[in-house]
Design a protein around this ligand. Structure first.
Ligand code: HEC
Length: 275
């Protein structure tokens, strides 16, 4: 009886020790800014350590032999595996759904384009477009012309001087395709089409923003705020994904296209630097 009492007492002491170690581990983990799941896990490790010491001091079991020994062995494995698997599946860092969630977040922007059932079409057209753009870039370089995006505001940037009109016409056509492919029309009305009133009409944007400003806006929608659309701006209505979905040439092209839109009869608002 006194043996049993001593064992119970030692269990108490070891649990206490495990708890103290666990709390120290949590403190350290917190200090190193581990997330709460990990802090909890470290505490569990402390208690597991205590359990091992308790088992070491536990009174010996009655020896078994033959079939009962085999059954006891199997039961032991079943219980231990059960505990291990349950524990592991409860801890989130072992959960494949958790990892999938993270990957999903990373791929969301890319997937948005494919989910609309256009993956193949997009790929084929993008390839054709980028070949075309490549050719245009080569012609531009051959002419020594600099990027269209740096044309001064107010200049007719679709036809900078010294550039043959066929090259710029190609670029504008490319930009028009980008406008369609990237579905800018979902929020921006143009020629009376699209829009759903979510963003400003674009028919006169060529008179309101310089190409460089448009480029900034597309790359980072928070860089410019459209007057009269402050609420939409604050709600980040314009997606911040084009810098991932479009390459430099495609952005240049859509800017060149937008720069040709100069219809003063449409009330395209101007944008200002947000403060
Ligand atoms: C989900 C809606 C949405 C989509 C899609 C969208 N925009 Fe916008 N955009 C807005 C809103 C809302 C504003 C005005 C608020 C602000 O300043 O962000 C805006 C503002 C702009 C402006 C400034 C307009 C002005 O009058 O000064 C430009 C330029 C622009 N967008 C270009 C684009 C281009 C190019 C695309 C496609 C590649 C695009 N947007 C796609 C919602 C959208």
């Amino acid at each position: 009886m006194s043996d049993r009492l001593r064992f119970l007492k030692s269990i108490g002491v070891k649990l206490l020790g495990g708890g103290v170690v666990g709390i120290i581990l949590v403190g350290v983990a917190k200090g190193l800014s581990f997330p709460p799941v990990f802090q909890a896990m470290f505490f569990i490790y402390g208690m597991l350590g205590a359990a091992v010491y308790i088992l070491l001091d536990a009174p010996a079991l009655r020896p078994l032999s033959g079939l009962p020994a085999l059954m006891a062995l199997v039961a032991f494995y079943v219980i231990i595996s059960g505990v291990y698997i349950t524990g592991a599946s409860l801890l989130p860092q072992y959960d494949p759904e958790d990892e999938k969630g993270k990957i999903d977040k990373l791929l969301k922007a890319k997937r948005a384009a494919t989910e609309q059932g256009k993956a193949e079409e997009l790929l084929a057209r993008t390839k054709a477009l980028s070949e075309k753009a490549e050719a245009i870039m080569q012609r531009l370089q051959a002419l020594g012309g600099s990027a269209i995006a740096v044309a001064p505001p107010g200049a007719d940037s679709a036809k900078p001087s010294g550039m043959p009109s066929t090259a710029s016409a190609d670029l504008v056509a490319l930009g028009k395709e980008q406008w369609e492919l990237q579905e800018c029309y979902n929020c921006h009305k143009l020629f009376g089409q699209g829009g759903k009133k979510r963003g400003p009409e674009m028919d006169n944007i060529g008179n309101m923003m310089s190409p460089e400003q448009m480029r900034e806006k597309i790359l980072d929608p928070m860089s410019w705020m459209t007057e009269g659309f402050e609420k939409e701006f604050r709600k980040k209505k314009m997606p911040d994904k084009y810098k991932e979905l479009m390459d430099e040439k495609e952005i240049m092209a859509v800017v060149a296209y937008l720069s040709t839109l100069k219809d003063p009869s449409v009330n395209t608002p101007k944008s200002v630097k947000p403060n």
